[in-house]
Ligand binder design. Sequence first.
Ligand code: SF4
Ligand code: SF4
Length: 422
Amino acid sequence: MQKKTIKIPKWLRYKKGVNEKSPVWFLDLRGTGFSPDSPEWQEKVNRRIESALKDIDLPRWKEPVLIKCHIGENKCRTRMLPEFCISTVNHLRSSGIKKIVTGDTTVAYSGDRGYHDNGKDCTRYLSLAERHGWTERGPLNTPFVILDRPQTSVKGTFTFSHEAVKLNPGDSCRFREVYLSGGFAAAGAIVNHVHLTLHDMAQVACAVKGLTMGGSSYKGKLIMHKCYAPVIDAKKCKMCGSCATNCPESALAWRKGEVPNLERDRCIGCGECLAICHGKSISMEATEVEDWLKGGDSLPYRMSDYIMGMAEDRWDKILNIVHLYNITRRCDCVDRVQKPITPHIGFVIGRNPFAVDLMSTYLLHEEFYKQVRNGSIKGKKSVRKSEILKIFFAEYHGVEPYMYIQKKYGITVEPEPIRITI
Ligand code: SF4
Ligand code: SF4
């Protein structure tokens, strides 16, 4: 039987001396006084993004087009704003595309976007999307769908009939099975809008995370996460019980005055407890790892492998737009108010999700390095620029997951920046 291999288009294939870099457009808003909430700035930025979109060599896309977004949790004030997707909608409409939706999937943990917390009518999720401006009544004037809930399909515009679509990527992918959300699989093309944040397990949460975690079904998310489980440092634990109360699977047994106890069989490795822990006493460790990349910090590699399984013929149908403003220490899935940890940076746009992520990572390195040099982050002067995120992560991977992808799958990962100004 013929072996199934992953198809990689020419423009994405790494070739020494020919295709060592991928073009990435960087709208540089550093030091401009950019304010994300200002309508004047929103208009200016949209105009600039729309003209950049015309320069990108996009193939002709089929309808319907999905604007993959992240609506952010209730208390998240630093989330991605739909106002900055107006340029995408305008560009699509001017290219003759009428069927456009915004959409995101349910999440493995609990809350308004929770997989288990949304019944048949998905009221909690849909009303949060409405409050955060992602539905027809928002600035984009496009319907919103939950990509793993077929009942939220929009007849005549965007319909899908399954919660999950299983793919078998073949022998060259680490994952033998991947599970896309039905809506992600049904899209003719995807504009992957992502808000860059740091993330306890993904480290730099960007375009690859938006496509993999954000585009896969519940089962797909568990496959990426499932080797993780929390380990609680009893000496640091304040015995507050927040982790147990917020665990979506009730996997932490807790009694007042005691350190929670993990019931491993119930744990799905989602990391909600880690994000919520006020005592900073939880770390995630890999307990059921496959034959590669052992360690609780291997998620960036796992997601990269997963996207290779998800992409199939989708590489030509994806555009990534990263929003680099209101960058916080944890992602927009954390239901609390967070303060930005860098000044606003701008927007990064490109077809190659790895190059887009690497460009965004370089920009982050620069920002934090500046903070170290000017003394706003103290005591780290000896840290190298490329390792600056070690301030936040004990095992920071830097460019290693990208190099891994380049080597294993022959994909170009290095960005060729095209800087644009306002
Ligand atoms: S114990 Fe932690 S990682 Fe496991 S399911 Fe509960 S919240 Fe998620
Ligand atoms: S949230 Fe953290 S500090 Fe509180 S009980 Fe859980 S592990 Fe302990």
